[in-house]
Write a protein that binds this ligand. Structure first.
Ligand SMILES: Nc1ncnc2c1ncn2[C@@H]1O[C@H](COP(=O)(O)OP(=O)(O)OP(=O)(O)O)[C@@H](O)[C@H]1O
Ligand SMILES: [Mg+2]
Length: 337
């Protein structure tokens, strides 16, 4: 179980809320200046030459804006956009159905593209390159492949695991946008915009505090803002720094953005294992969490914050991590790390 408040993946009930806060143009898309600049040029060039833009791969951790950018690409090019996803494409036939229904110039968004079936991938190579597919009919000696022309389209793929994409697929994208975690300043702008849309009045300093605790992730920033909004409503509290601190304390998000599970992991490494090193499965058993959750959600964040490190012999707490866990007195074990 991950903590629902700081898990970077969207919860099902969040989708409508997220839709309402999604920027609809590149100009409104906050942060990621590099990616924004690259996309602007790519889309503008296609516009000038009156052709469909190159295929685009959006890569990066959950909640950083991949789906948002895909919608924006549709809006900026004025093309219709069709949504599909890797898990929905389990056979080449599933993909053939989607591709053959495309209208000229359409943007095809395939979310979680790394989870598409292998058999469909090969069909996609040809479709991306030549806007054509071969459909196999019949079996055995009587089998034949029938070529089918497709309407020119732009494929926008999204993936949280670009390393899992086969190289031939990765290479067929004209452009890959690597989304990075957001700086607190950018998250503050995301929050200011969301607060305006949600009609929440909140002080600048309070927004900055929220931004600092949002793990570099707009989805988490918006989610914390929603919790703070509720808190303000119920407590008729003040929308200043103290209000935000009280609301986040209620939800167990500490001043560095760590939630209950992050703290449990850090605390176990620091106290129980005296700073480490400790192996993943031992650590998971010690705090009663799944190893997978620790590895995919908790650790990347703690490593990025410089609170823990990974060594060949296991996880260790850094001096900052030991301090955060209140275990400075055990710091001697860190010698040589
Ligand atoms: N640059 C941004 N500016 C403003 N809001 C943003 C930005 N990026 C993301 N958001 C907000 O964060 C939320 C999550 O973004 P989005 O759904 O695009 O993430 P994602 O990368 O597709 O995540 P996942 O990998 O889980 O599909 C959206 O509600 C969106 O409004
Ligand atoms: Mg998405």
């Amino acid at each position: 179980m991950t903590d629902p408040l700081t898990d970077p993946a969207a919860t099902p009930d969040e989708l409508a809320f997220e839709g309402a806060l999604r920027p609809t143009s590149l100009a409104e898309f906050v942060g990621q200046p590099k990616v924004r600049g690259q996309l602007e040029v790519l889309l503008q060039a296609a516009r000038l030459q009156e052709r469909t833009p190159d295929h685009i791969l959006l890569a990066g951790p959950p909640g950083l804006g991949k789906t948002t950018l895909a919608t924006i690409i549709g809006a900026e090019t004025g093309r219709p956009i069709r949504y599909s996803s890797g898990p929905a494409i389990q056979h080449a036939g599933d993909l053939a159905a989607v591709l053959s229904a495309l209208v000229p110039g359409e943007v095809l968004f395939v979310d979680e593209i790394h989870r598409m079936a292998r058999s469909a991938e090969e069909m996609l190579y040809l479709a991306m390159e030549d806007f054509r597919i071969d459909i196999m009919v019949g079996k055995g000696a009587g089998a034949a492949s029938i070529p089918l022309e497709l309407a020119p389209f732009t494929l926008v793929g999204a993936t949280t695991r670009s390393g899992m994409l086969p190289a031939p697929l990765r290479d067929r994208f004209g452009f890959t946008a690597h989304l990075e975690f957001y700086e607190p300043d950018d998250l503050e702008r995301v929050l200011a915009r969301s607060a305006r849309l949600l009609d929440v009045e909140i002080e600048r300093a309070a927004l900055a505090e929220l931004a600092r605790r949002s793990r570099g992730t707009p989805r988490i920033a918006n989610r914390l803002l929603r919790r703070v909004r509720d808190w303000l409503l119920v407590h008729a509290g003040s929308s200043d720094l103290d209000g935000v601190r009280a609301a986040l304390e209620l939800y167990d998000v500490d001043e560095a953005g760590l939630d209950r599970i992050d703290r449990a992991v850090l605390h176990a490494i620091a106290h129980r294992f005296r700073g480490g090193p400790v192996g993943l499965s031992t650590l998971a058993a010690a705090i009663g969490e799944e190893a997978d959750t620790i590895e995919s959600v908790v650790e990347p964040f703690l490593v990025r914050e410089g609170l823990i490190g990974r060594t060949p012999r296991g996880r260790v707490a850094t001096p900052a991590g030991m301090r955060h866990a209140g275990a400075e007195h055990l710091d001697a074990t860190l010698d040589g790390v």
